[in-house]
Ligand binder design. Structure first.
Ligand code: GDP
Length: 196
């Protein structure tokens, strides 16, 4: 698929307002600031498809982008803002879980984690939910350019080792929007998911 022609379709305030559950979706999830917007912009070669560096506490929307007819990328709200009230955090967690468990057209989940702080509780929860729903996962260790190559590789190995514990289809790769690391791996994976 040509991801460069991706365009914004719609925003949904919650999973009940998503468009019809048809076609194929791949969702992108991660803690806020993990580099999710940058990754989507890099993949699609667009400067501001997904908005980067969102203000904490801002209304969180699910953004849907269309690559081609019936082929969508879903930008899930970033989780883990310290400033968000507990009640709202719980509400969003429930919604994310429901989305992963109920959405039939969801064929893959990309989980983005800062390579320096991987596998936080909610990251693990997202992977767990996907695995339980039989959805394959691609973990991208973002901002890989921030580490020297030795440290980078040891983080990759550590997370790959940990990923085996999920007992599911979980692939782990390094990624950097800045240095364009892992972009082709992401594209290949999406191509596979979108052609099944
Ligand atoms: P989001 O909240 O997950 O959408 O994260 P953003 O894409 O907005 O990125 C958060 C911050 O990390 C911004 O300041 C980005 O410039 C920075 N960032 C994102 N990707 C990279 C990367 O590959 N390398 C480096 N060094 N910084 C990055």
């Amino acid at each position: 698929w040509n991801y460069h022609v991706t365009h914004f379709v719609t925003s949904a305030p919650d999973i009940r307002h998503l468009p019809a559950d048809t076609g194929i979706e791949v969702a992108f999830a991660g803690r806020s600031n993990a580099g999710k917007s940058s990754a989507l912009n890099t993949l699609t070669n667009q400067k501001s498809l997904a908005r980067t560096s969102k203000t904490p506490g801002r209304t969180q929307l699910i953004n849907l982008f269309q690559v081609a007819e019936g082929i969508r990328l879903v930008d899930l709200p970033g989780y883990g803002y310290a400033e968000v009230p507990e009640e709202l955090k719980r509400k969003w967690q429930r919604a994310l879980g429901e989305y992963l468990q109920m959405r039939d057209c969801l064929k893959g989940l990309v989980v983005l984690m800062d390579i320096r702080h991987p596998l936080k509780d909610l990251d693990q929860q997202m992977i767990q939910w996907a695995v339980e729903s039989g959805i394959p996962v691609l973990v991208l260790l973002t901002k890989a350019d921030k580490l020297a190559s030795g440290a980078r590789k040891s983080q990759l190995n550590m997370v790959r080792e940990a990923a085996l514990g999920f007992m599911g289809d979980v692939q782990v790769e390094m990624f950097s929007s800045l240095k364009k690391i892992g972009v082709d791996k992401l594209r290949l994976k999406l191509d596979r998911w979108f052609s099944e």
